[in-house]
Design a protein. Structure first.
Lengths: 202, 162
């Protein structure tokens, strides 16, 4: 409030009252939005953790047979690659984010002479790549939600620390000034009246 | 052919290959006629080339090809595979066990084919196929396999690890 010039008028007081009313109405909304964003971010972080556990579970389940992937006759990375991660736009806690739908894979056709393990390896790799793609989408969601959270927190602070206290102070100061002015006017009028009365007696 | 076969080390499915495929090919090229060497080159356990000049080997490779195809079809159709030659027992276990079972079965079939065919073209062709089998079996390595999986599934992380 320091350094801000206040117009000590009734109009200004009315304006400050309006600012206070709007700010007090908006603050709970932003606080609710902050809570909602935090809860959503936590839920997404938990989901990422679940997916990571699933990936690890799949890796451990495949561990007894991953040795076959070093087969001198097969180059497994030629069989599968990610073409595109397909997502759709959704609204999460008021923020537009990309939700994972599926992964579009490039899978090389398997010939009759391809060893049978290649089929299992492709299945495992597809599963793991899908889970990893989902994690990437969720991480991007968290980034966007965190940006929004910072913005909402800044607004909450603005209302809590600046707008509401400033408006309250301005209203109080204007009120005091207007009251002082009123008293001064009355006192002056009384002095004038007394002076006139005294002049009349003389 | 006699000189070639006597100069080659003996093979065992459970022991590391004592000779590489390239060393074998170099030796064979020196000792075999161009016609026989051409036949040897076209014989391949992986490519399952079925026109290799020796009926029993051609028939084995053809049957393997058909049986693998049947196993795949059965999997898609969610039914028990009806293989012609490959025993169902070989298809049990995880992918590594199954691959080794199939290879061990192929090894035994090849041993049956070469029985009594000492110093013949059949023996040379079987030697190559057996060498391919054992070379392949010994290429299966847990650490390398895990690296291959990681390179496909998580290439970024794999680069970081390096």
């Amino acid at each position: 409030m320091a350094g801000i010039k206040i117009k000590y008028t009734k109009t200004e007081r009315a304006r400050q009252k309006k600012i206070l009313k709007v700010s007090e109405r908006m603050l709970p909304l932003f606080e609710a939005m902050e809570k909602s964003l935090m809860a959503t971010i936590n839920t997404i972080a938990e989901r990422i953790e679940q997916i990571r556990e699933e990936i690890e579970k799949n890796r451990i389940a495949a561990e007894p047979w991953t040795a076959v992937m070093s087969d001198s006759l097969v180059n497994i990375d030629e069989f599968i690659s990610v073409n595109k991660i397909i997502t759709k736009t959704i609204d999460v806690a008021g923020v537009r984010v990309q939700q994972y739908v599926k992964v579009d894979f490039n899978v090389m056709p398997i010939n009759e002479d391809t060893p049978l393990w290649v089929d299992d390896a492709i299945e495992l790799m597809q599963e793991q790549l899908q889970l990893l793609a989902e994690i990437e989408c969720l991480k991007e969601q968290i980034e966007l939600l965190e940006e929004e959270l910072l913005d909402v927190r800044a607004r909450v602070k603005l209302f809590e620390n600046r707008r509401i206290p400033n408006a309250k102070l301005a209203i109080r100061k204007i009120g005091q000034k207007l009251q002082d002015d009123e008293r001064l006017t009355i006192a002056t009028a009384k002095v004038v009246k007394t002076s006139k009365l005294l002049e009349g007696k003389l | 052919m006699v000189y070639l076969m006597t100069s080659l080390p003996s093979l065992s499915f459970d022991q590391a290959p004592p000779i590489s495929i390239n060393e074998f090919n170099d030796e064979a090229k020196k000792q075999l006629s161009s016609r026989h060497f051409k036949l040897l080159q076209s014989t391949d356990i992986q490519k399952l080339e079925t026109n290799v000049g020796v009926k029993s080997i051609s028939s084995l490779l053809k049957d393997i090809k058909e049986d693998l195809s049947e196993v795949r079809k059965a999997k898609v159709q969610n039914r028990q595979a009806k293989t012609e030659r490959l025993p169902n027992a070989a298809l049990r276990g995880n992918p590594l066990e199954r691959e080794l079972n199939i290879m061990r079965w192929q090894w035994q079939e090849l041993q049956d084919i070469e029985a009594g065919k000492t110093f013949s073209l059949t023996e040379v062709l079987v030697y190559k196929l057996k060498l391919q089998l054992v070379t392949r079996a010994f290429s299966f390595d847990e650490k390398q396999g895990a690296k291959v999986l990681a390179s496909v599934v998580n290439p970024g992380k794999n680069k970081e690890d390096k």
